[in-house]
Design a protein around this ligand. Structure first.
Ligand code: ASP
Length: 584
């Protein structure tokens, strides 16, 4: 080893020890006759001191020229510091240097390697290896490793087997585009990178593996919304001979285990909510339930009072913002402008202040009496001092807009406390979703999800009304996992493909292998996948997944460090049979 100790472990109990440390020069302070160097490695920072009296002259001279981020090895003695630094685990001691070697020099880094850096996001991505030297980034990666290990421990303890599935596969529909890889040996043919190991994990159940997990990369070629990565990591799981309840309880157990191990927090049984209820109460299938402001529908009491804007709308829905009756005109206008932004797209916002004296003041006083407004207030459960906000329009759209507003206000009011964890199961998702554009049904989860057994007969008569044995795990307003009980009967699977608009031939060509496997004693099975990146970020008290990925891609799917994607040379293209034929 090039060192006897790390830069994070020496303290008063080591006084007098001869040690060798190796690390990076974080910073130097040079007084001529005395030089201090902060030496950093993954474990911490230790102060090294060179001085005229106690170090030899040549060593002192050499130390004058140490630059930031030089890699050095230092030999010396642990001594007690005169002025101690209580904020540093090694702050009671320093190393009196006897000699040192430069293991490697460094150019001046393009941004400061400090907790608070002057480097912009793109620059830090380009030099990610330098960014990783900064405490917050390094700590996030260590945190992620800790979470992964806790997950492996829990799943292993419950008999899950870690099995790897291939990356070069054929398309699995999870609702996004595939990344494809041309095959050199099979000219004109392509592999797809898995959007998830869905079919493989089901085949492992047919293979009798009973309980499977894998912490696995998945690839989806989506238009990148903020904070999505084209490759991301899932905790992918599948279980045999189970019902929905078994899966919910096993994975509720996993999240509880993580909250306890990682955060020291005990949570009680997770609440459950149907999809329909979540949409009605929160306008959203992944509600943040750390705070209230639940939706209340006002159609029957807000329509037919002469306010025409509301009279023609499909849905009138409101929320009560706690303590916001004191908002100024300017603050309310800002909210109105916020919902009118193209990203939200609302036409406007009606407000009602619930005054402390029991009276109401609203933007629609012309149309509504105090009694009317009082009935609104009681419907949205507004107290004196609250501000009621109401929107009207097409039901789905309006719910979405009010949901966005609810989240924005919660953010502004500081109600989204990262130290509070409110998990929730959302269950009973519809099996299918009608797509107006293509005029056909899409699988809401994926085509392998089983209908509720008691609704099987509806599949032929009213497929849109069928619910699935599908569930999402939601944490603080984020969907962190989703899964379902699967179809394990080849005929039901065939019916499903038919409903989704596949011809028999298409279904056979794409998924013949699965339907065939179902004819060889496929057991009942189901599973779930949790997004590791997001889960780690939320447990880490942040919402940006990029901060917890060692080498993330930017918003246009680029790796700025290695500069990928990139063109490939014509030889490679030719080998792959992808060269564009030149016109004669
Ligand atoms: N494969 C699904 C997904 O990636 C998860 C599952 O159904 O287990 O969302």
């Amino acid at each position: 080893m090039l060192r006897t100790n790390t830069c994070g472990e020496l303290n008063l109990s080591h006084i007098g020890n001869k040690v060798t440390l190796a690390g990076w020069v974080q910073k130097t302070r040079n007084k001529g006759f005395m030089i201090w160097v902060d030496l950093r490695d993954r474990y911490g920072v230790t102060q090294i001191i060179f001085d005229e009296e106690r170090s030899d002259k040549k060593t002192l001279e050499m130390a004058q020229n140490l630059g930031r981020e030089f890699v050095i090895q230092v030999q010396g003695t642990v001594i007690e510091r005169v002025s101690k630094n209580p904020n540093l685990p090694t702050g009671d001691i320093e190393i009196l240097a006897e000699s040192f070697q430069i293991l490697n020099a460094s150019k001046t880094p393009p941004f400061t390697i400090e907790n608070e850096t002057d480097g912009g996001e793109e620059l830090r991505m380009q030099y990610r290896y330098l960014d990783i030297r900064r405490n917050p980034v390094r700590e996030n990666l260590i945190f992620r490793s800790k979470v992964s290990l806790a997950i492996r421990n829990y799943l292993s303890a419950h008999n899950f087997i870690d099995v790897e599935t291939p990356y070069l596969i054929k398309s699995t529909p999870e609702g996004a585009r595939d990344f494809v890889v041309p095959s050199r040996m099979n000219s004109g043919e392509f592999y797809a990178l898995p959007q998830s190991p869905q079919t493989f994990k089901q085949l492992l159940m047919v293979g009798g593996m009973d309980q499977y997990f894998q912490i696995v990369k998945c690839f989806r070629d989506e238009d990148l919304r903020a904070d999505r990565q084209p490759e991301f990591t899932q905790i992918d799981c599948e279980m045999t001979f189970v019902e929905q309840e078994d899966i919910l309880s096993r994975f509720e157990g996993l999240l509880k285990h993580l909250l306890k191990e990682i955060k020291g927090i005990e949570v009680s049984e997770f609440p459950r909510m149907t999809y329909a209820e979540a949409m009605k109460k929160y306008g959203n299938d992944k509600p943040d339930i750390r705070f209230g402001m639940e939706f209340a529908e006002l159609n029957d009491i807000a329509q037919g009072k002469g306010f025409q804007v509301f009279d023609q709308q499909e849905l009138i829905v409101g929320i009560a913002v706690p303590g916001a009756a004191s908002y100024t005109r300017k603050q309310i206008d800002a909210l109105i402008d916020w919902v009118k932004r193209p990203q939200i797209g609302a036409n406007g916002l009606i407000w009602v202040k619930c005054n402390e004296d029991g009276s109401y003041k609203s933007s629609v006083d012309k149309f509504y009496s105090q009694d009317d407004l009082k009935s609104w207030a009681s419907r949205v459960e507004a107290k004196a001092g609250d501000l009621i906000l109401v929107m009207g329009g097409d039901a789905n759209k309006t719910r979405g807009q009010l949901s966005d507003l609810r989240m924005e206000i919660a953010e502004q009011l500081g109600l989204r406390d990262p130290n509070v964890f409110a998990p929730l199961w959302v269950v009973d998702f519809p099996l299918l979703e009608w797509d107006e554009e293509s005029k056909r049904f899409h699988a809401m989860h994926h085509p392998f999800t089983a209908p509720k057994p008691e609704q099987m007969s509806l599949l032929a008569t009213d497929p849109g009304a069928v619910n699935a044995n599908a569930y999402d795990l939601v944490l603080n307003g984020n969907e962190i996992g989703g899964g379902s009980i699967r179809i394990h009967d080849s005929e039901v699977q065939e019916t499903m493909f038919d409903l989704l608009g596949f011809t028999k031939e298409e279904a056979q060509a794409q998924f013949g292998f699965l339907m065939e496997a179902f004819q060889y004693g496929a057991p009942p099975h189901g599973g779930i996948a949790l997004g590791l990146d997001r889960l780690v970020a939320i447990l880490g008290g942040q919402e940006t997944i990029r901060d917890f990925i060692a080498f993330p891609k930017n918003n246009s799917g680029r790796d700025l460090m290695i500069n990928a994607p990139a063109a490939i040379d014509s030889m490679q293209l030719e080998e792959l049979n992808l060269a564009l034929k030149q016109e004669e």
